[in-house]
Design a protein around this ligand. Structure first.
Ligand code: ADP
Length: 505
């Protein structure tokens, strides 16, 4: 569990980092674009401001003196205003520079400074020329050039004046450093690198706590299940909140259901073992007494014979019991092979009815066959005989003197239906659900002392019916009699492939 918790925590941390990274990238891109737009705007403003300064001064009568040379020389009142403007400013006519702003003049100062290095000088001149070259190359007001100087990048734009302003000014070039764009980038990046780990740690901490709390029920469940160490502790259950409907609640309920089923089958197994031992001990006790009696030298030969005969009876009873147990054990294991061959039921039912007549003779029970329709099933003739015989024997056994037993065979809808009906003692509704259980008898003490059935007959009968893909049902009322019905799938017409074995499952 600890590892799942750790994995969730790490995943949370990584997810947070990734989210922040994506967010930062988008934010930086957006901020760069908007800063660039703002810079261009500022450049344009500067250009138009410079234009109006020049225009206004001429209107106020400050003449732009062009007489002193080929180039106009702006009066101080104009240049001082122009020098107050930000950025690299160049005022020119169509081809030559009329005025350089303060920032550009600094390049000239640098180039002419006595102490500067040769490299710095050439850089200063080339930087200045690059800005002016780009500015004079521009053909329309909307055009923008990006110029890489020796130390930084500049965007250059030009305001074109046609007709020219005072002094023949046709072009105002403005260069704006893009330093602010990279500043924005590095600022945001720095902020991201500072904040991201903190947020990721915070998210991981929350994930660690939440995962710990979420997996708490699982830990509890593991402890609960671990406490179930053997068959005796199967009564324990995983502790659950009744209203828990989440996955853990479902898991807990599923585990509890499973433990419940295990408990039931463990209990059944224990009961079965106890019953089987008990059933085997009774005849053994009787046999032991018989043998002791037979060994007694004082008894005569007649008493010898009686004792031995009783012992023999008990031995055959035990043999039957052990055989039944073996049958059921093999059936449980799925090791029992049920032969599949076409079995006509008519002769089988007649044979079983004849046996029932013999069994019921002593109690004057009438055995009849009211309905007999030809039907054939696929199956194991020996097992089927055992099944019908079990039911017929029970019918005779649990019917009082002079009673009636009816055995019928009907063919209906691809099914063969065998009914064994008696008007005997019947079974109470409360007992009905249990009669197919192993060793189950309505009146345990009585039947056992009578030395009759062992309570395995119906369990075996049910197994045989199921092994033939059929079913066995019972309707019974106490004191009125019982009707057992076996429904088996009829053999497909024309099917008579004998001995195709099928493993019972
Ligand atoms: P047993 O060997 O005791 O007959 P079975 O498994 O065949 O065992 O039957 C289980 C119990 O079901 C019987 O002990 C009996 O109480 C009841 N039972 C079975 N068949 C009938 C029947 N035809 N009429 C009344 N009770 C029956």
């Amino acid at each position: 569990v600890a590892s799942v918790r750790a994995r969730v925590t790490v995943a949370y941390g990584i997810a947070t980092l990734a989210t922040i990274a994506v967010f930062a990238v988008i934010l930086i891109a957006e901020r760069r674009a908007s800063t660039l737009t703002r810079l261009v705007e500022e450049g344009r403003n500067t250009a138009s401001l410079a234009g109006s300064i020049i225009e206004r001064s001429s209107l106020r009568g400050i003449s732009v003196d062009t007489l002193t040379g080929p180039r106009p020389i702006f009066p101080l009142s104009v240049t001082s205003l122009l020098d107050a403007l930000p950025g690299y400013l160049v005022v020119g006519d169509s081809s030559q520079v009329l005025f350089r702003g303060r920032a550009l003049r600094r390049f000239d100062e640098l180039a002419n400074a006595p102490g500067s290095f040769a490299e710095a000088r050439t850089n200063a001149i080339s930087d200045r020329d690059k800005i002016e070259g780009a500015g004079f190359d521009i053909r329309s007001a909307s055009e923008i050039r990006r110029v890489r100087l020796s130390t930084h990048e500049v965007i250059v734009l030009s305001a074109l004046h046609e007709p020219p302003l005072a002094g023949g000014v046709r072009r105002v070039v403005v260069g704006v450093s893009t330093q602010r764009v990279s500043d924005v980038t590095s600022e945001l990046a720095a902020l991201t690198f500072l904040v991201a780990p903190v947020l990721a740690l915070l998210a991981s901490g929350i994930a660690w706590t939440l995962a710990g709390r979420a997996f708490q029920p699982v830990n509890q469940m593991v402890n609960d299940v671990e406490a179930i160490t053997d068959g005796r502790s199967l009564h324990r259950r995983v502790v659950l909140d009744a209203e828990e409907t989440d996955e853990f609640g479902r898991l807990g309920r599923t585990v509890n259901d499973m433990i419940g089923r295990l408990e039931t089958s463990f209990g059944a197994l224990r009961r079965f073992t106890a019953d089987a031992s008990h059933e085997l001990r009774t005849p053994l006790t009787v046999i032991r007494a018989d043998v002791e009696r037979a060994m007694n030298t004082s008894v005569n030969s007649h008493e010898h014979a009686v004792a031995l005969e009783e012992a023999l009876q008990q031995v055959s009873r035990m043999t039957g019991l052990v055989e039944s147990l073996l049958t059921l054990a093999r059936a449980d294991e799925g090791r029992f092979e049920v032969v599949r061959e076409a079995v006509p039921l008519e002769p089988l039912i007649r044979e079983v009815a004849e046996t029932a007549v013999i069994l019921g003779e002593e109690k004057e029970i009438s055995v009849t066959i009211p309905i007999m329709q030809p039907a054939t099933v696929l199956g194991d003739v020996e097992r089927l005989r055992q099944l019908f015989l079990n039911l017929a024997t029970n019918a005779v056994k649990y019917t009082e003197r002079g009673g009636r037993v009816e055995i019928s065979l009907e063919a209906r809808h691809e099914e063969a239906i065998v009914t064994v009906k008696d008007d005997g003692i019947g079974i109470a509704a409360a007992d009905l659900p249990f009669i197919f259980e192993r060793f189950w008898r309505v009146d345990r003490a009585r039947t056992r002392s009578e030395g009759s059935g062992s309570g395995l007959g119906l369990a075996i009968s049910q197994w045989i019916a199921h092994a033939h893909e059929g079913r066995i049902d019972v309707v019974s009322r106490l004191g009125r009699g019982s009707t057992f019905t076996i429904v088996l799938p009829a053999a497909p017409r024309g099917n008579s492939t004998p001995n195709s074995a099928l493993t019972n499952s």
